[in-house]
Design a protein around this ligand. Structure first.
Ligand SMILES: C[S@@+](CC[C@H](N)C(=O)[O-])C[C@H]1O[C@@H](n2cnc3c(N)ncnc32)[C@H](O)[C@@H]1O
Length: 218
């Protein structure tokens, strides 16, 4: 169920991305390798259906398209009209008929079919919202692959650096903070969960697959 907290976090996020959408891609160069590794963790096969959660400007679309090929289907959604406009432009430039981009909040997501894989690339606010997660997981088939990348606090011995991590995160999230274990609301739904720290412990890539009892019909 969507809460008032969800609504105010979403409003703050939309306002932030209204300001930063145009410059967003230029900030993503340093994390490109993480994006590639996270998409690779989905182990996509030609013909599969994949969902790009909070797809932003669509930077992951070429990697996802390479994974599922011309016979697969790529869904992406974002609540920020400014971010999604860039994703739509990217898809149009490539002339991909099998990319469908939706302007919606995660909390209201509906897809026409269940997907085989879920990509959460720097989608922190969505990962922290139980209502958003419930809706997304209902749009995936049981045993769908899930891969997640994001920012997290450094381990305890580097804790003094975490103020910097918080401030870095602040510009991109309606609910900055909550960075100790950002995956801990989705991990209980996943089998074979594996977590790999990145960026000296300031980031992570996690992957697993939806439990047989989790997932829905789109
Ligand atoms: C840090 S950006 C990441 C974008 C993209 N995944 C990438 O890797 O470049 C986070 C994105 O999540 C979107 N977002 C945040 N909360 C959302 C929600 N509740 N529903 C839909 N989109 C949301 C934002 O608008 C933003 O585009």
């Amino acid at each position: 169920m969507t809460t008032d907290a969800d609504d105010s976090i979403r409003s703050r996020s939309i306002a932030k991305y209204r300001k930063c959408a145009a410059g967003y891609d230029a900030t993503c160069g340093p994390t490109w390798r993480i994006r590639e590794r996270t998409v690779a963790a989905l182990q996509l096969q030609p013909g599969q259906r994949v969902l790009d959660v909070g797809c932003g400007t669509g930077l992951s679309l070429p990697l996802l398209r390479a994974g599922v090929g011309a016979t697969g289907m790529i869904y992406g959604f974002d609540q920020s009209p400014e971010m999604l406009a860039f994703a739509r432009k990217r898809a149009a430039e490539h002339n991909w008929p099998n990319v469908q981009l939706l302007h919606t909040a995660a909390q209201d997501l509906r897809l026409p079919e269940p997907v085989d894989a879920l990509l959460f690339h720097y989608a922190h606010d969505i990962l922290r919202s139980p209502a958003a997660l419930a809706r997304i997981l209902a749009c995936a088939r049981p045993q769908a692959r899930v891969a997640i990348a994001g920012i997290k606090y450094f381990p305890a011995w580097l804790a003094p650096l975490n103020l910097w991590v918080y401030l870095k995160n602040y510009g991109y999230n309606g609910a900055p903070g909550d960075l100790r274990a950002p995956w801990n609301r989705i991990a209980p739904f996943l089998d074979g969960w594996q977590l790999t720290p990145t960026q000296f412990g300031m980031g992570y890539i996690g992957a697993g697959q939806l439990a047989v009892t989790t997932g829905g019909r789109g």
